[in-house]
Design a protein around this ligand. Structure first.
Ligand SMILES: Cc1cc2nc3c(=O)[nH]c(=O)nc-3n(C[C@H](O)[C@H](O)[C@H](O)COP(=O)(O)O)c2cc1C
Length: 159
């Protein structure tokens, strides 16, 4: 039995809802990755070429600070949830992954989005962690996924 932690970043609440459902379904601890500088509505305006989200997307080396880095040392498996931004994880997820030692741990991503599924598997994030990290293929989840479906998914991961 692996000890599981659900971590997530959510700019507008959808990923938070999904993360809470997931944690309840699999009896995991849960912790939110809160940006030191919260995202305002105008920060999230992807149609404004000068907005914060566009700037961060266009500068992949930007690492938005996390207010309080969680301690993952007690966990075997860490779920990492995020909204898809341009079919990728927001850069703050890289801040989290690069700031921790996941060696010997299993990492599973999940993502929410309007429609996209690309980017939810987490493959583009593998380089953020040591090669000793055990990655499982993540998936897109929605607020409509019930506890039974969520626990079945995690069961199939064979953790
Ligand atoms: C900057 C930005 C980029 C987005 N890019 C995509 C995208 O490429 N594909 C998609 O389906 N949804 C996209 N969305 C929609 C979000 O992924 C979706 O609303 C998500 O569930 C929001 O999660 P949150 O409420 O936890 O922040 C984008 C939203 C924002 C703010």
């Amino acid at each position: 039995m692996s000890i599981k932690l659900v971590t997530y970043f959510s700019a507008s609440g959808t990923t938070r809802t999904v993360a809470e459902h997931l944690a309840k379904a699999i009896n995991a601890d849960i912790v939110e990755l809160i940006p030191a500088l919260p995202y305002t509505a105008s920060d999230l305006n992807w149609t404004d070429h000068a907005s914060r989200c566009v700037r961060e997307h266009e500068n992949p080396s930007i690492r938005p600070e996390i207010a309080d880095m969680p301690d993952i040392s007690a966990y075997d498996t860490v779920f990492v949830g995020y909204p898809l931004w341009w079919e990728q994880a927001p850069n703050i997820i890289r801040t989290f992954l690069e700031g921790q030692d996941f060696s010997g741990k299993t990492v599973v991503t999940f993502a929410t989005s309007s429609t996209s599924t690309r980017g939810a598997d987490g493959a583009h994030l593998h380089g953020c962690c040591s090669t000793e990290t055990n990655w499982k293929t993540g998936k897109r989840l929605t607020t409509r996924d019930g506890e039974a479906a969520l626990s079945q998914w995690v069961k199939e991961l064979g953790l």
